[in-house]
Design a protein. Structure first.
Length: 155
């Protein structure tokens, strides 16, 4: 999928910085019922295989995507867009940039887990060519829910 929408004021930035960590933790709490704690983002700073793409609109954090690329495998760990910034194409821009960076790092496929009732996210992933390839029982808490594993081959 190519990004067709022009999003006024949008800037994407590759790379996670120490000063981003509290911003991401706050955004995570606004977007998820089972958010990653700040310490989890902090730990990502020391992982050379991790990479993040942050979206800013008029200088304010609007969304983020992060994951790990190790040899031919790449996983998306988190993707979120702040509630007031949704349905403008920001997640599509983030995912497109993430897949491009995964390819540049030599990944042949990208995998992720998604709550089985998270239809907005599943729509997004399908638009980018992801398909379901398995399930993880009770993978999520608060509320407990199965994860659907989705994968896309990069070409
Ligand atoms: C899922 C999420 C990241 C989408 O962010 P977004 O910036 O609103 O998404 P976009 O505007 O880029 O939408 C891209 C495509 O995703 C799909 N999509 C996004 N929101 C949707 C919704 N509410 N219902 C149905 N499809 C949706 C559509 O296919 C959309 O394309 P379209 O606008 O041309 O129809 C956002 O809703 C979010 O942060 N949710 C909470 C956190 C989350 O669930 N993260 C994913 C964890 S696996």
């Amino acid at each position: 999928m190519t990004i067709q929408k022009e999003i006024p004021g949008l800037e994407l930035r590759l790379g996670l910085r120490p000063e981003d960590v509290p911003l991401l933790a706050a955004a995570e709490s606004a977007c998820f019922s089972d958010p990653w704690p700040q310490a989890a983002f902090q730990a990502e700073l020391d992982n050379p295989y991790c990479f993040y793409l942050l979206a800013f609109v008029d200088g304010e954090l609007a969304g983020y995507i992060g994951g790990v690329a190790l040899y031919e495998n790449c996983d998306v760990n988190n993707l979120a867009v702040l509630p007031q910034m949704r349905r403008r194409g920001i997640a599509a821009a983030l995912l497109s940039g993430f897949l491009e960076e995964a390819r540049r790092r030599g990944a042949g496929q990208v995998m992720l887990e998604v709550r089985e009732h998270n239809l907005p996210a599943m729509h997004l992933y399908r638009r980018f060519g992801f398909s379901a390839c398995g399930k993880r029982k009770n993978y999520y808490q608060n509320p407990a829910e199965d994860a659907v594993i989705m994968v896309v081959e990069l070409c």
